[in-house]
Structures are given as C-alpha cells and as structure tokens.
Design a protein around this ligand. Structure first.
Ligand SMILES: *Cc1c(COP(=O)(O)O)cnc(C)c1O
Length: 463
C-alpha cells in the first residue's frame, strides 16, 4: 500500500491505482523510462477495455434500440488505440482528413464512423459520402453543398444536421459548445432558425439525423441532458410535421466530464444514461437509434505521463523539481492551470511510490518559459534528481496532443497490461509481470528536422 492506493473506498479506483504503480515500476525496470528516455506515456489497456464495456452496458441498460458508440478521435488520436476500441465495439467520430486517415488505418469500418467537422471541404464531403460514412452537417451552406453532391452521386451515408440548443455553457468557456454564440451547428433559438431547420428536413427526405454536442469538461450533466432533450423535441416536431419517422437517429455527442481529483471514475456512464432516460424518456422507447461520441471519459483516466526528475533546486525558498514533462505534453495545464489541474504522483528512482512528508514544491517542465509548470506549490514527498514525477489522468487531450515548443520530441507511448488486475491492491513483487507494447515510438531528432523543413534547407538562399 502506498499513498495513491491507501484507504480508497472504491475498489475499482484502488485497482486502477495499483495497476499504475505496478506499470511505473516495470517501466523503470525495463528501461522504458530512465536516464536515456526521460519521458514516456503509459496507457492502461485493462482500464480502457473496462471503460468501453461500461459505456456499452450503460446504454444497453436504458434502451433496446441500436446504439453506435463513436469514440471522439481527437481525444486520443493513436492508431492502435482506435483499433483496440474498435475491437471493443466502439466506432469513431472524426473531424478532419487526418483523423479519418487514422481511423481507416485502424480498420474502423465506414458504417461505424461519423464525420462532424465544422469546416468540411467539398472533397472531404465527397469522400465521406462515397464511403458511406455518417455525416453531420454544421450549417445551411453545408446542407446546400450536400444537396449538390447527392444530386450528382447518390449516397448510402446517413446525413444529419448539428443543432446548438443554446442552453448555455459550463465552467470552461473554451469547451462550451452550446452557448448563444458558439461556432457549432445551427443555433435553435436564433430568429427563424428553428423554422429553417424544420423546413430543411421536410424538403430533404435524406436528412434523417439530428446531432448535438453541448460541450466537454466543465458542463454539468443536467445541462448535457437538457441539450439532448431540446434536440429530441425538435426531432418529434419534425416527425410530426413529416407524418413519418424521418428523423430516425439522434446523435447525442459526448462531453461526460472526468474527475481529475482522484482515481474514482465519476460520474459514470451508467449515471449519465439513467439521467438521460429520466429526463428524455421518449428517446429511449425504441423509436430512435442513438449515436454517442464520448472522448475524454473513455481515455483520460487510463493515461499516465512519467517524467524523470533531471535536477532539483530551490528559488525564493521554494523547492523545484525540473522534469521532462511540461507544455509539450500538457499544454492545457501549463497555459490554463486553474481549469486543468493535474494530479502528480511521486515515484523514487526505482519507480516505487515515494513516501515521506509532503513538501510544497513546483514540478516544472523542460521548456524555456517560466510558466512551464505541471504543478505549482504542490505538497508531495520531496522529489530528488533521478526520481520520477507522474502526471495522472492524461490519457485524453494530453500526450497525444503534442505541442512542438522548443522542438521537444514527442514521447513514446506504451500500452501496458498489468500482471495482476490490481484488485487486491498489491503490485507485482518485481514488476516483471507487466507487459508493454509500443503504441508510438519516441520522435527522433531526424524526424524533428524532417518536419521542420529539413528537406528545404537551402530554400531561402536564393530569395
Ligand atoms: C470533442 C467532441 C466530442 C468529445 O468530447 P469529450 O468531452 O471528449 O467527450 C464529441 N463530439 C464532438 C462533436 C466533439 O467536438
């Protein structure tokens, strides 16, 4: 037992913490992190599988209608992860040609893919419609484009329209997509907009879906459910006026928030699904197919950034640990620390949880600006050179969202399966039972040069 697992009232949380401790220890022993590889990202494959199963079970409990769970690829755009999720019967939500390429590399079928970007080009639309990928249009201009494209080439793609219920935002403005002036979808409360949407459906028999996504981290569950209710009521209105079930599927987006304060996975998918069923019962009576687009809630808890402490020092009497993880792998935390605080776990040079009295200290990154801190004035066992600082809950929107500041290399990402499932709270004695698989190799200096114009070294000589 150690600081991260002791006295946890939640056995699943304790098991996840135990798997993590075991993996960090094994990563140090097996050289995945160490003096020559001072930064690595670890993914708990057991945890990811469990979250996928929990998502499926949560919606199976509230409806018998078909549900496509489409993982929001932007949360963790790594091909092996998309394939793992696909094997767990989770499809993909994409929003760029790059994300679509990742998804096809992972083997996700078009029928399990949804395209949602707010800025799709004609070529992207044509490709998606040719492949039969579900497309959610963002705005009236895009509907006109699809009019033209479907006239020249009929499509099997289910086509929907994204609406903005304009129900307001949450605690993080940048992630609130259902505000009055959000850039996404058609704002239903704007003058004439609802009438336009209804007309657009009645004029186009092929428009069969409604899509909403009210935002992400920081949006209360009740507000998410309210956005779904408004969208459901619009579907009912359209179907009534059409005299048939024209809208047959509602895409409720993602946005389930993640608890960054402890290992507990709250709120759960089950709690959200039950809340939705209570607030919008008609959506679950079997008449509507469903699409979900969860991202952060499937992956965040299962990722850990492990960074070696290179030096320690003190300034103004505050101890500082200089590590190899900063803005390049935790941009949101570094630039908006109040919105995105991360838990930090301290491990010793052998990868064992560090004990000792908590000392307020800064955990700094390697980048050359003063704000490059993973945590400021954080009470932790005092880190020493050669120890490891781990940034927890970083499986979504962190290490897969590299920021190229200082040309710091993208770290390697490694999936692990722990020797035990950690259920007894005990790690393996030597970490030998943990198996790692490379998800992404660390970026090399040669690759950095190549992506920084290395093929055009002399390009400016002649200008
Ligand atoms: C980002 C996004 C999601 C996923 O949001 P999470 O908060 O990661 O669950 C789903 N749908 C759309 C349209 C998005 O933009």
């Amino acid at each position: 037992m150690d600081a991260t697992t002791a006295f946890s009232p939640d056995p699943r949380a304790a098991a996840a913490a135990a798997r993590r401790d075991e993996a960090v220890r094994a990563a140090v022993e097996q050289g995945i992190v160490g003096p020559d590889a001072p930064l690595a990202a670890l993914l708990d494959i057991t945890g990811i599988r469990r979250s996928a199963a929990a998502l499926r079970a949560a919606f199976a409990e509230v409806t018998t209608a078909p549900v496509l769970h489409a993982f929001a690829v932007k949360a963790c755009p790594l091909v092996p992860v998309l394939r793992l999720l696909n094997k767990e019967r989770i499809g993909a939500e994409v929003a760029s040609p790059g994300e679509l390429a990742l998804v096809s590399a992972a083997g996700v079928r078009p029928a399990h893919t949804v395209l949602d970007s707010p800025a799709k080009t004609p070529a992207e639309l044509r490709q998606a419609l040719a492949l039969g990928i579900a497309v959610n249009a963002d705005n009236p201009q895009e509907i006109s484009r699809i009019d033209t494209l479907t006239r020249s080439a009929p499509t099997r793609s289910p086509v929907g329209l994204r609406v903005n219920p304009q129900i307001g935002g949450g605690s993080i403005g940048a992630l609130s997509t259902a505000t009055a002036t959000s850039k996404f979808g058609v704002g239903l409360r704007d003058e004439g907009a609802r009438e336009w949407v209804v007309r657009a459906f009645l004029d186009r028999p092929w428009l069969t879906r409604l899509h909403t996504h009210s935002g992400s981290q920081g949006i209360p569950l009740e507000l998410l459910a309210e956005g779904v209710r408004v969208t459901y009521e619009l579907a009912e209105e359209i179907n009534q006026l059409a005299g048939r079930r024209q809208v047959d599927t509602i895409d409720i987006g993602g946005g389930l928030p993640v608890n960054f304060g402890s290992d507990a996975e709250t709120p759960t998918f089950a709690a959200y699904a039950r809340l939705l069923k209570r607030e919008v019962p008609g959506l679950f009576d079997g008449r509507y197919g469903l699409v979900t687009e969860f991202g952060r809630s499937l992956l965040a808890k299962h990722g850990t950034i492990v960074a070696r402490v290179e030096y320690t020092k003190a300034a103004g009497n505050r101890p500082i640990a200089i590590t190899h993880a900063g803005a390049q792998v935790a941009a949101r935390t570094v630039y908006a620390p109040d919105s995105w605080p991360l838990r930090i776990a301290a491990y010793d040079a052998k990868g064992r949880p560090k004990t000792g009295p908590a000392v307020a200290q800064d955990v700094a990154g390697p980048a050359c600006f003063a704000g490059d801190l993973l945590a400021e004035n954080r009470p932790l066992p005092l880190l020493q050179a050669g120890d490891y600082a781990a940034a927890l809950d970083t499986g979504a929107y962190y290490f897969a969202h590299h920021y190229a500041y200082n040309s710091l290399a993208r770290p390697g990402v490694y999936g692990f399966s722990a020797g035990t499932d950690g259920a007894d709270g005990a790690g393996g004695p030597d970490g030998g039972a943990v198996r790692f698989a490379t998800v992404r190799t660390p970026q090399t200096p040669e690759e950095l040069v190549a992506e920084s114009g290395g093929a055009h070294t002399r390009a400016l000589d002649s200008l």
